[in-house]
Design a protein around this ligand. Structure first.
Ligand SMILES: [Zn+2]
Length: 111
């Protein structure tokens, strides 16, 4: 995979994550508004929904940071941050934001 294709992949992933986050944020806001209308009986439900929505806001944020970090190192697009070897297209397709090749990722998790 060339670095242009890789950047495009990362950028579309970032767009998807930003959209997901916007959606999660607006559903968190909706739950808050509903809470007033629903009254006491469904307060537990609303709180549960709100907790779920909040966790949906958090989840893409972590991956978004990873994707943005990957976009910030154009010099190493598609190359491992540790051994500088080019990563396999399979690895990049599975996780475009990964900073390490499969070998290094495995080595790092063993350490
Ligand atoms: Zn490596």
């Amino acid at each position: 995979m060339n670095s242009d294709a890789f950047r495009t992949l990362l950028e579309s992933r970032r767009e998807a994550l930003l959209g997901e986050r916007r959606l999660a944020e607006s559903s968190a806001a909706t739950v808050q508004l509903d809470q007033g209308a629903q009254g006491r009986l469904s307060r537990m439900d609303a709180m549960q929904q709100q907790a779920m929505a909040a966790s949906q806001v958090r989840r893409p944020r972590t991956e978004l940071r990873k994707v943005e970090a990957a976009l910030d190192r154009p010099g190493t697009f598609g190359a491992c941050c540790r051994c500088d070897e080019p990563m396999t297209p399979e690895r990049l397709q599975a996780d475009a934001a990964t900073p390490f090749c499969q070998d290094c990722a495995h080595g790092a998790s063993r350490e």
